[in-house]
Design a protein around this ligand. Structure first.
Ligand SMILES: C[C@](O)(CO)[C@H](O)COP(=O)(O)O
Length: 238
């Protein structure tokens, strides 16, 4: 079985709005519902779990009912950071009876323009190699800076990959990684792929992502999302 695990535990402080960014509306629909729709429409996804910000669970369930997201099976409590939220999600799935062999597509709630092709490739690559990370090659020149204002050092871009989500793993491998992380005192890794890299010994395979698979973090991202949705209104159909 293949399950989506949607990470929606963040409060969206960087957006500076009253409503958490995953619940803001674009095109008369909350961003998180656009995201869930991509998985709802995919024929090889059997169920969806959401790790949700405390206090928003009922709102999420009502939106899911309103927009007919019938694959939403589980809502788990969010954590204090991304690693903790994923931790809550995978243990929730295990307790709900999912098997170690099931594929878990971990995806940001605020990446609403996920294509069907990227979901399919994640499933295929994870089935074949075990660890699938969506990413795109870095096209910009990169400078390293300690203070965010000054730099004397560049990093060659040829070897750099900008990661996105989904990041896909077998449930058993994800749980083993989170247990190893706890034992080693790693508690705040930025993403599943950074956690795997910090632990070492796992070879991750990159699934081609897309510049359209944008993560909504700032008001500027929201403007880009609205513009993209005008030219491609039903992103999940592509
Ligand atoms: C997982 C991620 O989308 C990979 O690019 C990214 O790390 C998420 O970062 P955030 O801090 O949760 O916005």
């Amino acid at each position: 079985m293949n399950y989506a695990l949607i990470i929606a535990g963040g409060s969206g402080n960087r957006m500076g709005q009253d409503i958490p960014k995953q619940f803001m509306h674009v095109d008369n629909c909350p961003i998180i519902i656009h995201t869930l729709m991509a998985f709802q429409k995919h024929p090889d996804i059997q169920g969806i779990a959401v790790v949700c910000l405390a206090g928003w669970e009922t709102v999420l369930q009502s939106y899911a009912n309103q927009f007919n997201i019938t694959k939403l099976k589980w809502i788990f409590p969010g954590g204090n950071n991304g690693q903790e939220s994923i931790h809550n999600g995978i243990y929730g799935l295990k307790e709900a009876g999912c098997s170690d062999d099931d594929l878990i597509l971990v995806h940001d709630a605020v990446r609403p323009l996920l294509s069907q092709d990227i979901i399919s490739s994640n499933i295929a690559i994870c089935q074949k190699y075990g660890y699938a990370i969506t990413g795109i090659k870095c096209r910009e020149a990169i400078l390293e800076s300690e203070d965010g204002f000054t730099s004397t050092t560049s990093i060659p871009r040829d070897k750099l990959i900008r990661t996105q989500t989904p990041q896909t793993f077998r449930l058993g491998n994800l749980i083993a990684a989170h247990e190893e992380a706890m034992a080693k005192g790693i508690t705040n890794s930025v993403a599943s792929c950074t956690l795997m890299a910090e632990l070492g010994g796992r070879q991750m395979h990159v699934v081609p992502g897309s510049e359209k698979n944008i993560k909504i973090t700032t008001i500027e991202d929201l403007e880009i999302l609205k513009a993209l949705m005008k030219v491609q209104p039903e992103s999940w159909l592509k």
